[in-house]
Design a binder for this molecule. Structure first.
Ligand SMILES: [Zn+2]
Ligand SMILES: [Zn+2]
Ligand SMILES: [Zn+2]
Length: 266
């Protein structure tokens, strides 16, 4: 199984419009962060987690939909329906020419997506150009190709959202608390992606240190921080993680990062 990081930035992206802080003017390409998303590629299945405002650019960059590369997309999993995670949904259109794309989420995400993209689900004129998607409530494990995928109920402030587990890898973003039953669902996860927004605490997101602490609770041995704001540069985050997160193998993710995960544990 291979995980492609399509984006690792917080809701406003980095660089931020109008900002000239050291992160926003950095020449390190790892300080340019599209909105958070990953593509999980396994034997016979390609699954996208979230489709934010840069989805089209991210898909081009990774070769999604291109013959001989990641030709087809089998499913879209939503963590939740905030704009930075769904605003690119319409752009899945070219990937739905010959198949309907199933989109999975919790009740809140499904309902909100249905109302936000209302035109997609109503009869309109032929040739109107709409993505062909179908919304499904993720109430338990999903099997897509060889992938067994487990939804993980989490909290984003007061909002119920989902993380997603794929064997020994799990993807968590926009989380501020992991309920006890989901910690049990995360048992055995070795490689974890978790949000670490900034140094200071935030009402609805884990800070960098809270993300590292959550990885400790999970027992991860490799931890990739995502949904990162401009408060810290990639280099500063690397240094901090080496000092305070080495026990969970913490490092900041970046756009274009690809990680390989053995699939012998289901
Ligand atoms: Zn977000
Ligand atoms: Zn900035
Ligand atoms: Zn959010």
């Amino acid at each position: 199984m291979r995980v492609h990081f399509l984006g690792s930035g917080t809701s406003f992206g980095v660089p931020v419009i109008g900002c000239s802080c050291r992160t926003c003017v950095s020449t390190d390409p790892r300080d340019a962060r599209y909105r958070s998303s990953v593509l999980v590629e396994a034997e016979g299945a390609t699954v996208l987690v979230d489709a934010g405002p840069e989805f089209r650019l991210q898909a081009r960059r990774v070769g999604l939909g291109q013959k001989g590369r990641l030709e087809r997309l089998d499913a879209l999993l939503l963590t939740h329906s905030h704009a930075d995670h769904v605003a690119g949904l319409d752009d899945v259109r070219p990937l739905t020419n010959d198949r309907i794309l199933p989109v999975y989420g919790n009740a809140e995400a499904i309902e909100e997506t249905r109302s936000r993209f209302e035109y997609v689900f109503r009869q309109t004129q032929v040739g109107g150009g709409k993505p062909r998607i179908e919304l499904f409530l993720a109430s338990g494990a999903l099997d897509i190709g060889a992938l067994r995928i487990i939804p993980l109920p989490l909290l984003h402030g007061a909002l119920p959202i989902l993380g997603w587990r794929f064997g020994r890898f799990a993807y968590i973003t926009d989380c501020s608390a992991i309920p006890e039953p989901s910690l049990a669902l995360l048992r055995g996860v070795e490689v974890l992606t978790i949000n670490g927004l900034r140094w200071r605490p935030h009402a609805t997101h884990f800070s960098v240190d809270q993300g590292i602490e959550a990885a400790r609770l999970v027992g991860a041995r490799e931890t990739w921080l995502t949904h990162i704001a401009h408060d810290a540069t990639h280099e500063e985050l690397e240094e901090h993680c080496a000092k305070y997160g080495a026990d969970v193998g913490a490092r900041p993710a970046w756009d274009g990062l690809v990680i390989e995960i053995g699939s012998d544990v289901g």
